[in-house]
Design a protein around this ligand. Structure first.
Ligand SMILES: [Mg+2]
Length: 321
């Protein structure tokens, strides 16, 4: 069957910048792709590379995809393209083929239904504000804290203060984005060992230090993120938590299948996509919630502006671009 391929670029500024131990993310560039088959069935996908240095390669490859292409050819050829383009095409084809059946709405808007990405410079103030938020009384909330952004001494003091102030309704995800060495990670593992508030230490060690990560996992829950992007086979091998980013995986439909088959210890995370990519995140997250290890997804909802680019109607986004 013939497929019409179209693409539109996007650029948006985050309403709150994201700072981690490696980079600052102020804005996001990418492309929305639309595939339409001969029966006018449409599927959308989003090409959303996390690293800005990959944008030129993606643009170059997207420009070479013909406007009309045979479905079998696109399937055979996409494996040569950047993982984010493969992801977008597989998602769009999944929609055309009704493998992906989206709902019109998903229920992640309330602040406690996703992890709250806190500002590392003001985490204690944010914690106080959340404590005083009447809508959150008796609700479990999950804080995602990006560490490795301040001096380690002050981060340890902040950790002590947090642990002394929170009750068992507060969950913590501590994301070092690969910035710690083994000694330092062990120090935090000792402090946090058997702590009931901790969900996991996220990518505490460099993406390549798989041996160190495995050792650390024996002491404390370790979630892999950057390691999985670099070594996708870890999705089959890593027995602990996996941070899964559909827009960075060459075939997110495999992740969809894993979730449908009730494989646990997978958590869905944003790569700062528009409403098109967010629809995928919402859909996958809603299935994750029905699995054996339900956990709120990491959608960073407070970091997005409220514009039509984040509509839950993909046709509105397409028309707007
Ligand atoms: Mg992470």
């Amino acid at each position: 069957m013939k497929i019409n391929f179209s693409k539109k670029p996007y650029l948006f500024n985050l309403s709150k910048k994201v700072i981690n131990s490696k980079i600052k993310i102020l804005n996001k560039k990418g492309w929305i792709i639309q595939l339409k088959n001969e029966k006018n069935v449409i599927g959308y996908g989003e090409v959303s590379p996390l690293k800005s240095e990959h944008l030129a390669l993606c643009e170059n490859q997207l420009d070479k995809i013909p406007k009309q292409i045979n479905e079998n050819i696109i399937i055979n050829e996409i494996c040569k393209l950047h993982p984010c383009i493969q992801s977008a095409v597989n998602i769009a084809l999944g929609e055309i083929r009704s493998i992906l059946k989206y709902q019109n709405n998903y229920d992640f808007d309330d602040i406690h239904k996703t992890a709250i990405l806190v500002d590392s410079n003001n985490i204690l103030d944010e914690l106080n504000n959340l404590k005083n938020d009447n809508t959150l009384v008796n609700k479990e909330i999950t804080l995602k804290w990006k560490v490795g952004t301040l001096e380690s001494e002050s981060e340890e003091k902040i950790l002590e203060k947090i642990l002394s102030e929170i009750n068992n309704k507060v969950k913590l995800r501590i994301d070092a984005n690969g910035s710690w060495d083994r000694n330092y990670a062990n120090r935090w593992a000792e402090i946090l060992r058997d702590n009931i508030n901790l969900d996991w230490l996220e990518q505490p060690l460099a993406e390549d230090d798989l041996e160190g990560l495995k050792e650390l996992e024996k002491k404390i829950p370790v979630a892999l993120d950057e390691s999985i992007i670099k070594y996708p086979d870890l999705t089959r091998e890593w027995k602990g938590w996996q941070i899964r980013r559909p827009s960075q995986e060459i075939n997110p439909l495999i992740l969809l299948k894993e979730l449908q088959e009730k494989k646990g210890l997978r958590i869905i995370s944003t790569s700062f996509e528009t409403g098109i990519g967010m629809r995928v995140l919402n859909h996958f997250s809603s299935i994750q919630q029905t699995g054996p290890t339900p956990k709120v997804p990491g959608l960073a909802l407070r970091n997005f502006p409220k514009t039509i680019l984040f509509s839950n109607n993909p046709n509105d986004i397409w028309k707007f671009l």
